[in-house]
Design a protein around this ligand. Structure first.
Ligand SMILES: O=c1ccn([C@@H]2O[C@H](COP(=O)(O)OP(=O)(O)O)[C@@H](O)[C@H]2O)c(=O)[nH]1
Ligand SMILES: O=C(O)[C@@H](COP(=O)(O)O)O[C@H]1O[C@H](CO)[C@@H](O)[C@H](O)[C@H]1O
Length: 208
């Protein structure tokens, strides 16, 4: 039962330690790879101190490219992607995401926040296919075209890849009491909102 955990992180020094520490408590044989996507803060140092292997990209290439770079270092066939800004992660969340893949019941799981915070629950209720929490088989992930170009469109591109195939199965799993920091909380209202609009634009290009 081996899992490669990939955590793309762009300036996430506030939250990355807790995420890595919780992943460390999960029952799998795992390699934990934090991909610091051109971070300008101490993400690399704190992730390393928390016990992750850190891949430090010299400049920011966007989430899709960061995930692919992490996958290229991954040892195992089952991949678990987690965002670096999660608040309230527990090992049970990790198990809920990984078990359906281990049991052969799906080729990808998508985690949906529940009872975390109203705003983040609501976002995932209406667009569960955007969630950054997911487990997937490496061979399938690497078949998705234009991962590098996708940036925040990566989850939409992945989901689309599954929808285009009759043989690939997705299972949605609920992740109780989990939330994440919203862009406005990380960057302030104005910059956060601008980044949100940019993200929606990047996603829109991959929703077909
Ligand atoms: O250029 C980027 C933008 C984001 N991220 C990471 O991707 C995850 C999801 O991004 P973000 O938190 O901005 O998305 P939100 O949850 O606000 O939609 C986080 O771990 C980010 O640090 C990244 O690696 N590169
Ligand atoms: O759920 C959403 O609408 C967005 C934005 O979340 P917030 O409004 O910042 O809580 O969050 C996700 O979307 C991105 C694109 O798919 C993912 O990369 C993030 O991991 C995910 O949190």
């Amino acid at each position: 039962m081996s899992v490669s955990v990939i955590i793309p992180a762009y300036n996430e020094e506030r939250t990355i330690t807790e995420v890595v520490q919780v992943v460390n408590t999960s029952p799998y044989n795992q390699d934990i790879i934090v991909v610091s996507d051109g971070s300008m803060d101490n993400t690399t140092t704190v992730a390393h101190q928390a016990g992750a292997k850190v891949l430090e990209l010299p400049e920011n290439i966007g989430k899709g490219g960061a995930m692919k770079a992490g996958v290229q270092e991954a040892k195992y066939e089952i991949l678990l992607f987690l965002d670096a800004d999660l608040i309230g992660l527990r090992k049970e969340h990790i198990q809920s995401l990984v078990e359906p893949i281990l049991d052969g019941n799906a080729e990808m799981t998508v985690g949906v926040f529940e009872k975390g915070r109203l705003a983040t629950d609501f976002a995932q209720l209406i667009t569960p296919y955007l969630s950054g929490q997911r487990a997937v088989l490496k061979s399938i992930f690497l078949n998705v075209s234009e991962l590098e170009a996708s940036r925040y469109g990566v989850e939409a591109a992945l989901t689309q890849h599954f929808r285009n195939s009759t043989s690939l199965r997705i299972i949605e799993v609920l992740l109780p009491d989990l939330t994440h920091l919203m862009k406005e909380e990380k960057l302030g209202l104005v910059k956060g909102f601008k980044e949100r609009m940019k993200m929606y634009w990047e996603i829109a290009k991959w929703v077909k």
